[in-house]
Design a protein. Structure first.
Lengths: 192, 192
DNA sequence: CGAGCGCTTGATTGAGTTCAAAAATCGTGG
DNA sequence: CCACGATTTTTGAACTCAATCAAGCGCTCG
């Protein structure tokens, strides 16, 4: 599954085989079972994860005990608690495995060396950060301006692969509606 | 008003008078009247703004024609359309002046030279970016988990200066409730 | 001084939640 | 491979928070 990662890199940045060999040393392959928690609330996040197979997610638990999903990461996606990772602060949310998952991870030192070996990686990183920021902005706006149904339609349009493989209750949690409401939304849409 | 900016820098990063003199060259002071639009939807954002007096805001207009405020920036706050600025993409939102406002601005080149003169500015920048990301994350979570009243209470607790000087309808827009609802929320809270 | 804007208040409506229970699906051990 | 228990999804009914529509008040500023 490591090749998923190297293929990704080759596509995203110009990189020689030699550089790639060095970079591979910096990333560790890991396998976890569904449900495994990779990052606990309050811990300092030490790693960024790149999923090569399976699905990870980040989520919070609010004062009423309810889960709210912030991000999913399937194959070829990165996930991390970026602020905790970057500022060395306690994490504000959890990361766990939605399915049995294989991923590669690296820590801050790994990133620094990566950047030394391939300067273009800095640029890739900048873009990833902007993508993440934009995605949170868009989600916020969708909550300020759209109904549950509109958010669901936008979700399945934007992330068809997620819509197909995730349990509905997780999509509901991501969208900010109850599973019951999502069920009704889908029923309503099906009759059209 | 430029001193507001230099005082800010002196507080945030170790900087010699000599360095400061060079950095000052990179920032232009500007004055705009209430209502002045600094960034139009669809334009590429060329500047980041640091408010020395007054108040700026960023906002979107949705398909139904309604405004939704993303950020406010009063004295000592930065504001920009970061993704547009960083990626040289069309802006997804507007920036305008809520009050008559004085600010300093710089463009990408300015930032690059700033970083050359004072390497610690890179670190400041990183922190600003993380603050912004965290703030969007927190707002998203507050929409996933809290009522309008809870969001209002959290707002006035987090940003007392904003709560005092902004028109209520702008606070409502920021919180994602109608002005009518905010009025009722405040009435309700006042009776306690 | 008048027009317009911002805030308030009231009445009504509606989207989505909650609580409850049935139906469908999944996973696991025998 | 089937059977059983657990989890997920669906459906129903009552309810709630906030939006909408509408009208009136008060202030400001042109």
């Amino acid at each position: 599954m490591f090749s998923v990662f190297t293929d990704y890199l080759k596509e995203k940045i110009p990189i020689t085989d030699e550089q790639l060999k060095k970079v591979e040393q910096l990333f560790r392959t890991k396998k976890v079972e569904k449900g495994k928690i990779l990052l606990q609330l309050g811990e300092v996040c030490q790693y960024t994860y790149f999923v090569t197979n399976g699905c990870l997610r980040s989520y919070v638990i609010d004062d009423k005990g309810k889960e709210h999903i912030l991000q999913f990461a399937i194959e070829n996606w990165w996930i991390s608690e970026q602020v905790s990772f970057s500022n060395h602060e306690p994490a504000m949310y959890f990361i766990d495995a939605v399915e049995d998952t294989e991923f590669v991870q690296t820590d801050e030192q790994g990133w620094n060396e990566f950047h030394k070996i391939v300067p273009a990686a800095l640029e890739m990183n900048r873009k990833l950060q902007m993508n993440s920021l934009r995605s949170f902005q868009k989600r916020l706006v969708s909550h300020l301006s759209a109904s549950g149904e509109e958010r669901y339609l936008s979700f399945i349009k934007t992330y068809p692969p997620l819509a197909l493989r995730l349990p509905q209750k997780m999509i509901a949690s991501y969208l900010g509606v109850t599973p019951e409401s999502l069920s009704r939304i889908r029923k309503e849409l099906a009759t059209q």
